[in-house]
Ligand binder design. Structure first.
Ligand code: CA
Length: 359
């Protein structure tokens, strides 16, 4: 009865989509949990957001591969983390005169054909951690279309089904440049038939108003993730649950003082519990084996805290193989996540939770 009550409350609480459909149900029951989200591809090993990084993430067994999207001058979604090109390309030497007065080179000031002339390298300022050498390799900027086709091709040849986890970068800023990053990304997804609530795509954004716009004006049915850097209170979580399907939280939102203290066992916040009460998934960023929070002895310990104790449903990681291996060894695969509350509405009742070994 408790489950039925929660389902009822959640459905009542959710904003009707513009289509009038209240079943904004997301990923299928039984998908491994936590889902492993390759953060900017396998960027712990190859330059972020390149096709090589995405291909390697696929090979390492990621469930979802992240694409941060920004627009070119001709309105094409390309996969880059920043709206500027400064930190991951050789733009300063190839186009020395194309920086703005503030000394930065912006993606939206360049046509796609111009961006294709740039070389991509590992990000500057790595604070001493070991990543792909900046002076080796030939990497390029890729479009969202190219990433989708790469992943589809690999899914076909490997017999897998890998999801897209797309971030809409700074929609308000894009609008001030005369560009609509959200509409451009949706157009590409529509071309590939990715429009439904159960398609393997998450759309993530920091801007709450843009997520509301996706659900209403743009009639988007894909699962949405509200990104947050700080802990939301109960009221805020309730409000988010009216629009989105999950929260994408910085690790410090789940583990109190994890970045600052020397506490060998950080205290958990109640954010995951409250989010689950509203049938919101929680995906936590970012697990990096070479850049752990100060008080954390290993990636495995961090995953124990974030997934087994706090109950996160997904993990963003620069090193997908580490999380996949931990998931196998920790026997946490098969936990259905909070969406199963909604999925039960339209599927036969499950015989019981499968493989959930979390106390
Ligand atoms: Ca991102």
């Amino acid at each position: 009865m408790k489950w039925l009550l929660i389902v009822f409350l959640v459905v009542l609480n959710r904003l009707p989509a513009a289509s009038g459909d209240t079943d904004a149900v997301s990923r299928p029951v039984g998908e491994p949990s936590p889902i492993v989200i390759a953060h900017r591809g396998a960027c712990g090993y190859l330059p972020e957001h390149t096709l090589e990084s995405a291909a390697f993430a696929h090979a390492l067994g990621a469930d979802y591969i992240e694409q941060d999207c920004v627009l070119t001058k001709d309105g094409v979604p390309v996969v880059l983390h920043d709206v500027t090109l400064d930190d991951v390309t050789d733009v300063a030497t190839r186009f020395p005169d194309r920086c703005r007065d503030n000394g930065h080179w912006y993606v939206c000031d360049f046509l796609l054909d111009e961006l294709r002339q740039l070389r991509v390298h590992e990000r500057w300022n790595l604070k001493g951690i070991r990543r792909f050498p900046q002076n080796l390799g030939t990497f390029h900027i890729c479009t969202l279309r190219e990433q989708i086709e790469l992943i589809r091709g690999l899914d076909h040849s490997r017999g897998t089904k890998t999801g897209l986890y797309i971030e809409l970068k700074r929609p308000q800023w894009h609008r001030r440049q005369g560009l609509d990053v959200t509409a451009a990304v949706l157009n590409v997804l529509t071309e590939y038939g990715l429009t439904d609530a159960d398609d393997p795509v998450f759309l993530q954004c920091f801007e709450t108003d843009e997520l509301k716009r996706l659900r209403t004006e743009l009639k988007c049915r894909l699962p949405l993730i509200q990104l947050l850097r700080s802990v939301p209170d109960r009221t805020a979580i309730q409000e988010y649950a009216r629009v989105v399907d999950g929260l994408g939280l910085e690790i410090g939102c789940v583990l109190k003082d994890v970045h600052g203290g020397d506490d060998p066992q950080p205290e958990l916040t109640d954010v995951v519990t409250v989010a689950h009460q509203h049938a919101l998934e929680v995906h936590v960023w970012t697990v990096r084996i070479d850049y752990l929070p100060k008080s954390v002895p290993s990636a495995e310990r961090l995953l124990d805290w974030v997934v087994r104790q706090a109950g996160a449903d997904g993990v963003f990681t620069d090193h997908p193989d580490i999380v996949v291996r931990w998931r196998e060894s920790a026997s946490v695969a098969g936990r259905p996540g909070p969406f199963h509350l909604l999925n039960q509405k339209k599927q036969p009742p499950q015989s019981g939770p499968s493989g959930n070994t979390i106390p």
